[in-house]
Design a protein around this ligand. Structure first.
Ligand SMILES: C[S@@+](CC[C@H](N)C(=O)[O-])C[C@H]1O[C@@H](n2cnc3c(N)ncnc32)[C@H](O)[C@@H]1O
Length: 496
């Protein structure tokens, strides 16, 4: 009896009824195979087949794993979430908990002048390190003040940023009524705590959040904030982080059916790993992803880090994951991401009391971090993409891979808007991508040329697909890039 026959018979039975006993397989198989033998052959394949086994009186009940329903936000939930974003503030309870944690760790009040001075030095050292090219960073989060300065400087922005990303996942129908989440490289629990906050605004959804982190100091901070800011019986259950190195982590330690896998500001820190090795790591974790689960990778908007993330995304696409968003491939081609610098912005947050206190010195700007800018990608195993649009064959539309042949000519293009405003109020500028361009392409629109017929270039959201009819192509030798000039005769339509 070979395994293939057992697997295909089980697949057949599962397609005919929601559940069956493993012993029923014997009716279809040649020879008398004991149930234990059947189970041994079938069990490694169950997860992939979307099946689960439960032992019943010496037999096994095999049933289809029920997909939790997609969770769509209702009007009240949307209002509550919008109100939270409009305040642009991290919850007061979290602000106070961070202050208390600093006080607890240093044994003096967080606003003691000596402590503030040490925090300032740590913030500056961490920032200097953070913006260095990745090969030159030291990035140690093990010394006490580095974690405290992370809490003071980075945590508030990343916390709100995660809220915006969760709202986006909800809008895109990627949250489920019951979710299992895994956050890899969780630090002081930014993502889990943001999930707890987000879910507290939902009526009827629950999440169980697992996380992995290697730094003991970060875990200690996470456990303190979790204790102060979450409570038993809440809609999100935040599990204590697993202490481990994600590069050697055995995913068997986490549940089989993870619905959302998050790598927030962490993959860029794995400076010893090549692109292929980072892809291996993500694929290893993806083994635990449910067939309709999502992987969210987020990185700082800084050019080198952001571009590296796009290269990783394409590598993962070539390994079989689909790029759900924000990228779209309107010609069905693979892209050339080595100069792809694309990021999102969200409204700045209000400085926390701790930031303001740190800023009460000669160089206040060094200690206030309120801008939200990030690069992200959502990947899937099931081929699902946010945009399904493909340019119909026979369209009179230029592929951006051919733009060099059309310099100084007027053309029609279809491309996604892949930046927020890069220009100014006088001359708008936005990055465009149709998935085929080898060099960056920008739409340039002087404000006096903006009309009702082309204002979509300004108002369309990040990632939306635009049809641009009648734009003039120019080459920009200084940046080795192409500009397409929008004027009054240009018509722009946002694709539905
Ligand atoms: C910049 S912090 C990001 C924390 C959090 N995810 C966020 O977005 O704010 C990076 C975190 O990843 C952790 N980290 C880096 N390399 C790791 C590894 N190989 N295994 C586990 N954690 C790692 C660091 O200790 C740190 O806590």
């Amino acid at each position: 009896m070979n395994t293939r026959e057992i697997v295909s018979t089980a697949t057949y039975l599962a397609s005919t009824k929601p559940a069956f006993l493993l012993s029923e397989l014997c009716t279809y198989l040649t020879g008398d195979v004991p149930v234990t033998e059947l189970y041994r052959s079938l069990s490694p394949h169950l997860h992939r087949l979307g099946l689960a086994a439960t032992e019943v009186d010496g037999d096994y009940k095999i049933s289809r794993i029920q997909k939790p329903a997609v969770y769509l936000l209702n009007t009240d939930e949307r209002k509550r979430i919008d109100a939270f974003f409009a305040a642009c503030k991290i919850p007061a309870i979290l602000e106070r908990a961070i202050e208390e944690y600093i006080t607890k760790k240093v044994g003096k009040s967080w606003d003691d002048p000596v402590i503030l001075e040490r925090l300032r030095r740590a913030v500056v050292a961490q920032k200097d390190d953070y913006w260095k090219p990745s090969q030159r960073r030291r990035l140690q989060y093990t010394k006490g003040y580095r974690v405290l300065s992370y809490l003071a400087y980075h945590f508030p922005v990343y916390f709100m940023q995660t809220g915006h990303l969760l709202a986006m996942l909800a809008r895109d129908g990627l949250l489920k009524k019951t979710m299992t989440v895994l956050d890899a490289g969780t630090g002081p629990g930014v993502v889990p705590l943001a999930i707890a906050e987000f879910y507290s605004r939902l009526d009827d959804a629950t999440a169980t959040v697992y996380s992995v982190e290697r730094s003991e100091e970060h875990i200690e901070a996470f456990m303190f904030l979790r204790e102060q800011c979450t409570h038993k019986g809440a809609t999100a259950s935040i599990k204590p982080p697993i202490r481990a190195d994600i590069t050697t982590f055995d995913p068997a330690q986490i549940p089989q059916q993870v619905d959302l896998l998050v790598f927030s500001n962490v993959l860029n820190e794995l400076i010893d790993l090549s692109l292929e090795q980072r892809a291996d790591l993500v694929m290893r974790f993806a083994e635990r992803l449910s067939p309709d689960g999502s992987i969210l990778i987020v990185e700082p908007a800084e050019e080198a880090t952001s571009t590296q993330m796009r290269m990783l995304s394409l590598t993962l696409k070539k390994r079989g994951l689909s790029l759900h968003s924000p990228c779209s491939f309107v010609w069905g081609t693979n892209c050339t991401p080595d100069r792809c610098w694309s990021f999102v912005t969200a409204p700045s947050i209000m400085p926390t009391r701790l930031m303001e206190t740190l800023a009460a010195c000669n160089e206040p700007f060094r200690y206030v971090n309120t801008d939200i800018k990030y690069s992200y990608v959502v990947l899937r195993k099931d081929g699902k993409t946010k945009e399904k649009y493909r340019v119909p064959s026979g369209s009179q539309v230029l592929r951006l891979s051919q733009i060099h042949r059309h310099v100084d000519k007027r053309v029609n293009i279809i491309a996604a808007k892949m930046s927020e405003e890069l220009g100014n109020a006088k001359t708008h500028m936005f990055r465009l991508c149709d998935g085929s361009a080898e060099k960056p392409v920008y739409a340039v629109a002087p404000s006096y040329h903006i009309t009702i017929g082309n204002e979509g270039i300004v108002s369309a959201p990040y990632g939306s697909i635009l049809e641009l009819d009648n734009v003039l192509v120019r080459y920009n030798p200084k940046h080795d890039a192409y500009n397409v000039l929008v004027n009054r005769k240009t018509r722009i339509r946002q694709h539905d």
